[in-house]
Ligand binder design. Structure first.
Ligand code: 13P
Length: 262
């Protein structure tokens, strides 16, 4: 039995204004029963403008989900027009921050150095980073998956002490699987997660790697969640489209919990 508690995270990307967020999280709160979250951690990652609304609702109604952000600055304050400080997120009770999502990397020029700096900024404020890595379709077809993952993991994690590594979340999100309806097979996801865990071992030893949670993301649904979560090294799911509506997201949370029932 693994010592890692699974984490199911809903990345809303640029969907749902704060009113829609309110409805979605309230709906989620009505659906989630104590048994659904007894063995699973859940986080929701709304747009920045929704965070305060979601935080207030979650606290008032004791909804069993953690607050997550989708990105933040690597600096705490300063002339950074349009950026959001990790300090502000921590102040809001944010527990998790997605760092280096492939959309930030490809659309907004976030390079490995920026990912490493942002990850450290999140840690400075005692939040948990969800560090995203993954290969493109072209890299996969050229047999470069492991090389790409190694470069991304080493750039982000090198130099972090074992206790910090053990508390991290890494999300394996193959870019070809994001928003395409074509999820990785459970076996491919498992192979990638095993490889990523071996990289964490390289950086911080077995003790750390045994505790690091590694999520899979890319076209996750209530249907494929069970197969993915049945794999021993897949410790959770980072869900885009299927996290936008409470019924579908609840199905994924329940499928995850069912895999962890002893
Ligand atoms: P989809 O679940 O919509 O494929 O998105 C995955 C993702 O990018 C989550 O961060």
């Amino acid at each position: 039995m693994t010592i890692r508690r699974p984490l199911v995270s809903g990345n809303w990307k640029m969907h749902h204004d704060h009113i829609e967020a309110l409805h979605t999280v309230r709906d989620l709160g009505l659906r989630l029963k104590a048994e659904d979250v007894a063995r699973v951690d859940v986080s929701v990652h709304p747009p920045f403008t929704d965070l305060r609304t979601v935080q207030t609702l979650v606290e008032q109604e004791h909804i069993p989900v953690a607050i997550g952000a989708q990105h933040c600055s690597d600096e705490d304050a300063g002339p950074r027009t349009g950026e959001v400080s990790p300090r502000f997120l921590a102040r809001l009770g944010t527990a998790y921050v997605i760092v280096g999502h492939s959309e930030r990397r490809t659309l907004f020029g976030m390079d490995d150095a920026k990912v490493a700096a942002t990850l450290r900024a999140v840690l400075r404020h005692e939040m948990t980073p969800i560090v995203c890595i993954g290969e493109t379709e072209e890299q996969r077809s050229r047999g470069l998956t492991e090389a790409v993952l190694e470069e991304q993991v080493m750039a982000a994690l090198s130099g972090l002490p074992p206790e910090v590594l053990g508390a991290l979340v890494i999300a394996y999100e193959p870019i070809w699987a994001i928003g395409t309806g074509q999820a990785a097979t459970a076996v491919d996801a498992e192979d990638a997660c095993v490889f990523i865990r071996s990289l964490v071992t390289k950086v911080g030893g077995d003790g750390a790697a045994e505790r690091t949670r590694i999520q899979y993301g890319g076209s996750v649904t209530g249907e494929n969640a069970t197969d993915l979560m049945a794999e021993p090294n897949v410790d959770g799911l980072l869900v885009g489209g299927a996290s936008l509506e409470a019924p579908a997201f609840t199905d994924i949370i329940r499928a995850t919990g069912a895999c962890y029932r002893s």
